[in-house]
Design a protein around this ligand. Structure first.
Ligand SMILES: [Zn+2]
Length: 334
């Protein structure tokens, strides 16, 4: 071993003894980059699959690299799709695969008693009230089928923009008027800042659903601000949501959302090249567990699916092999 390499190892070993593991990773790999908090935010709408695990691993790796605390946030406000067994599956998967988190619920009971989004409804309602009073929202009575009858893509054609229905109309969405939107600056990793505009699919997006409940874009921002999240790691399919959330944050009272950093990663695809989906019944972690696979076997399967040279056997050995943690350049999913 050369003298240079030996001395590097000595310095690293000295650092290793001096700092906690998390701090050590932070110094070793990320230089100046530091964040306070990130989150793992699965939706309990089905059983988790390998693609979800990949996303968790990338989030955990970024957290350990940058000193961010990991919050487990479970978005359960879609009450039609909510099922306790899907929340249980989130805990089962995280524990089984030894994926760490530092804050948030430890089990289903703790979640329902202390962390369910239902407890934060007053916060979401407050934000909706600001939007309602301040004027950028309007009532939309269109059904999904009437919209699809008008447009070929998912863009809203603006049908109700100038109809001025009262905001308290029953069974109607609230849409955010985005006609005046200007280019938005988004803090992105690893490159810095992206300037972009709302994609057509996000024009006049829904902020309150027909049942009166706040929509995902709104709850996500309110939660991230509430918990002090300053690093968001998510799949590249959510890039349009990232842009919409920046626009929405700009319409809310002064807040720090524009300082949040975003990392968008590539998605795991099936043999046909489509992203994995809970509803399409892609191989769930639950069924792999029931098939007597241990956690090492599941990380091995994920390594093979990604085409990695070496089989990983835990999140650390998987993260080490991910090329730049599968960074996905922005814009390709707009
Ligand atoms: Zn409408």
């Amino acid at each position: 071993m050369g003298i240079f390499r030996q001395s590097i190892l000595q310095i690293l070993n000295r650092l290793r003894g001096k700092f906690t593991k998390r701090k050590y990773y932070c110094i070793l790999m990320a230089g100046e980059l530091h964040f306070n908090r990130t989150r793992i935010a699965p939706t309990p709408s089905g059983f988790l699959h390998l693609g979800n695990v990949l996303s968790f691993v990338i989030t955990v790796a970024w957290a350990r690299k940058t000193g961010a605390s990991i919050l487990l946030r479970i978005d359960d406000l879609d009450r039609e799709r909510y099922q306790p067994r899907y929340v249980q599956d989130i805990f089962d998967t995280l524990y089984f695969l030894e994926l760490p988190w530092d804050e948030g619920p430890r089990d289903l009971t703790d979640f329902e008693q202390h962390y369910s989004q239902v407890h934060r409804l007053p916060l979401y309602q407050e934000a909706l009230q600001v939007l309602g009073n301040h004027g950028p929202v309007y009532t939309c009575t269109c059904s999904r089928s009437t919209i699809h009858g008008v447009t070929t893509n998912s863009a809203y054609p603006g049908t109700c923009r100038n109809k001025y229905y009262p905001l308290d109309t029953a069974q109607a969405n609230w849409r955010l008027y985005t006609g005046d939107s200007k280019p938005l600056e988004i803090r992105t990793l690893p490159q810095g800042t992206m300037t972009t505009t709302l994609p057509p699919s996000m024009e006049d997006f829904v902020v309150r659903k027909k049942d009166g409940m706040p929509a995902y874009q709104l709850t996500s921002i309110v939660d991230d601000l509430h918990f002090g999240v300053d690093l968001i790691v998510r799949g590249a399919d959510l890039w349009p949501c990232t842009i919409a959330q920046h626009y929405l944050a700009s319409q809310l009272p002064a807040n720090s959302f524009h300082q949040t950093a975003f990392f968008h990663h590539a998605l795991l695809t099936n043999a046909a090249g489509a992203k994995l989906s809970k509803s399409a019944g892609d191989t769930s972690i639950q069924s792999l567990r029931k098939g007597h696979n241990n956690s090492s076997a599941i990380y091995g399967l994920l390594s093979r699916t990604l085409g990695l040279q070496e089989q990983a056997h835990n999140w650390e050995t998987l993260a080490e092999q991910l090329p730049d943690m599968l960074h996905q350049p922005h814009g390709i999913n707009e």
